[in-house]
Design a protein around this ligand. Structure first.
Ligand code: PHE
Length: 346
């Protein structure tokens, strides 16, 4: 009988050890410790034994059941632990993983140049102003010393929003009756100069960045929509030397100390004298950046200022061209193509 109990114990421990899941353990648990289990069955035979045997065998059976139930508990906690671990490993997500190309974007090249220009001029003590993109003939031309008959107008390839002005511009005077109110897309940021003079008391040290429009066919160096930054300084006793010094300080701050600038005589109706300004790269080559000059007395008057009291200078240049120059881009159209292979390089 004692052999039977020992055999049942061994058998039960082997079964418990062989279990690999908690579900299996639940089945084995009732198999080895339940009423139908070998040890419980052995108990039912105790009644037929002699008193002494009944005691020893009964004790052996109880001990065996204690050993088995302890083995079941040990196994249960080991399996529970394993299952939690398995679940943690299975649910693991690697958040550090980067699949393919990085997905963060960045500001457009022109926006980057625009922001940097604002930073540099703010560092030189300038404030920022903006004006409307749809302008009147008065602000875009008239107030800038370009009366209706002025030949410089034709150089601007203006986009009119009023159909009658297209005809008028082609020279049909009968369609010209209300040219005072004609509306157009501004061809430069210079009209903002007039708006600033009309609304701000001098001294004025301002830049006016913005989008401008011309009737141009896109090619490697032109877009019909592009960006300019205008500068306007109005104060007492402002001279051409202040203008040259400002351009030079700006050139070094924006491009680096190894760049220099120069002014070349030029003509603009709204400045007198006028100049074109160029910057020189460290390799000695020059690039033309924009126009500038001393604000014309007629322009000061249109802005509501007395030319006897106030003088000033103005400049204007292309932001897109600055971005191109900084990054060595051959074709300006690439900047607007939205081709990710091009854009993500910058
Ligand atoms: N508005 C001129 C242009 O678009 C540039 C300029 C601005 C020239 C200010 C002189 C002074 O070409």
């Amino acid at each position: 009988m004692i052999e039977e109990v020992r055999g049942a114990l061994d058998e039960a421990l082997k079964k418990v050890a062989g279990v690999v899941t908690l579900d299996e353990l639940r089945v084995v648990d009732s198999e080895v410790l339940g009423k139908r289990g070998a040890l419980a069955q052995a108990k039912t035979k105790l009644g037929a034994l002699a008193i002494d045997d009944r005691k020893t065998i009964g004790q052996a059976i109880n001990e065996a059941m204690g050993v088995v139930s302890e083995a079941v508990e040990v196994r249960r906690s080991a399996l529970a632990h394993d299952e939690v671990n398995a679940r943690i490993v299975g649910e693991r997500i690697d958040l550090t993983e980067v699949l393919g190309r990085p997905t963060r974007g960045h500001p457009h090249l022109v926006t980057q140049a625009w922001d940097r220009l604002e930073d540099v001029f703010m560092g030189l003590g300038f404030q920022i102003a903006e004006g409307p993109e749809v302008e009147t003939d008065f602000y875009n031309f008239e107030a800038l010393n370009m009366p209706r008959s002025h030949p410089a107008r034709s150089g601007f390839d203006t986009l009119f929003t009023d159909y009658r002005q297209v005809i008028a511009n082609a020279g049909d005077e009968s369609a010209d009756a209300d040219h005072e109110s004609s509306v157009l897309l501004r061809t430069h940021t210079s009209p903002v100069q007039i708006r600033v003079m009309q609304s701000v008391e001098p001294p004025i040290y301002m830049i006016m960045p913005g989008r401008v429009f011309r009737r141009d066919t896109p090619d490697a160096t032109h877009m019909p929509v592009f960006h300019q930054i205008e500068g306007l300084v109005i104060d007492r006793n402002i001279t051409m030397a202040h203008l040259a010094g400002t351009i030079s300080a700006f050139t070094k701050a924006f491009f680096g100390g190894d760049f220099t600038s120069r002014l070349r005589p030029n003509y603009f109706p709204f400045t007198e004298p006028s100049a074109e300004f160029d910057i020189q790269r460290p390799d000695g080559t020059w690039i033309e950046l924009g126009g500038c000059g001393m604000v014309h007395p007629n322009v000061l008057r249109a802005g509501g200022l007395d030319p006897e009291e106030w003088s000033g200078f103005a400049f204007g240049f292309g932001i897109d061209r600055m971005a191109r120059e900084r990054h060595g881009i051959d074709d300006i159209r690439d900047m607007y193509s939205n081709d990710i292979r091009f854009i993500e390089q910058f």
